[in-house]
Design a binder for this molecule. Structure first.
Ligand code: GUN
Length: 286
């Protein structure tokens, strides 16, 4: 079987072009420039790359962005004060605090300090709750990107068995809620699922969000399945790879996302989309 390679790079490019159009109209017709503040604590190299890519994407579509860099040993209070200032800054419609945060900081407390109407990451309990009851406002970016990839690729989700490996608040749990909303039958697997391969081999749609390189092998995948690889792992030779053993799995499945160029670019496109949405909501534009 020859698998379709689902290109997040291509699909996100189209979305960014559409967003650039929308931003241009907001500027000329409403004098509104969507604004995003990104907060980076410490010097985690992966986080630095993510933040740089987010800034570049903002510039590309015409979204105003400002980066706030804080040292790794910053106190929780200083970080909370910054968030309070950004909550009250009219130029800013979206606030993103890049995770992970250093151990002296209570991440959940910080995420809950972000005003829910500027929570473009969709991590505030208010927004997670809205998603749970099917009244979503800001949906976490990676899960939203995954659903968009599946829809844009013409994958029918109704009645399909979707299996997710990973139960994080950022990916596993919210993507499960979104797949459920699309009428898939959803299973969440995790490090204590036994036997894991038995669950994953039943999946019509398999989402891998584990954080372990090439964890998903061919024997864990059903022939003809659609595989979404959320992992971004760096190998000893410096190359990036996903959570799925791509070369071993590609000939068995009907469609698969590559790493890089799959889910990653979609996360950024959804962040921009949430920021534009937030700006419009703040200005009362429907
Ligand atoms: N770290 C890894 N993924 C994400 C994300 O989607 N948002 C934030 N804020 N931090 C992350």
């Amino acid at each position: 079987m020859s698998a379709a390679i689902i290109s997040g790079k291509k699909i996100s490019k189209k979305i960014k072009q559409e967003l650039a159009q929308k931003v241009s109209v907001l500027k000329t017709k409403h004098e509104l420039v969507p604004g995003l503040a990104v907060v980076l604590v410490g010097e985690n190299p992966a986080s630095q790359v993510y933040v740089r890519n987010k800034e570049k994407a903002c510039a590309l579509v015409g979204v105003y962005s400002e980066k706030h860099e804080l040292p790794a040993d910053v106190s929780q209070n200083v970080l909370l004060k910054l968030i309070d200032q950004l909550n009250n800054n009219d130029k800013i419609h979206g606030i993103l605090v890049q995770l992970p945060l250093p151990p002296q900081i209570d991440s959940q407390l910080v995420l809950e300090a972000i005003a829910p109407d500027k929570d473009v990451d969709g991590f505030h309990p208010y927004n997670i709750g809205k998603l749970l009851v099917g009244e979503e406002k800001f949906v976490p970016c990676t899960p939203q990107g995954i659903i968009t990839l599946l829809k844009e690729s013409g994958v029918d989700l109704v009645g399909k068995k979707a299996v997710i490996i990973g139960r994080s608040n950022i990916v596993g749990k919210p993507v499960a809620l979104l797949l459920l909303q699309e009428h898939a039958t959803v299973t969440i697997c995790h490090s204590r699922t036994k036997p894991l391969a038995e669950e994953t081999s039943r999946a019509d749609i398999l989402v891998a969000a584990i954080g372990k390189p090439k964890f998903v092998t061919a024997d864990m995948v059903k022939a003809g399945a659609v595989v979404i690889d959320v992992g971004v792992n760096r190998l000893p030779d410096g190359k990036l790879c996903g959570d799925v053993d791509f070369d071993a799995v590609v000939d068995k499945v009907s469609a698969i996302t590559p790493v890089p160029g799959g889910v990653g670019p979609m996360t950024i496109a959804m962040l921009l989309s949430n920021t534009v949405k937030s700006a419009k909501l703040h200005k009362g534009i429907v």
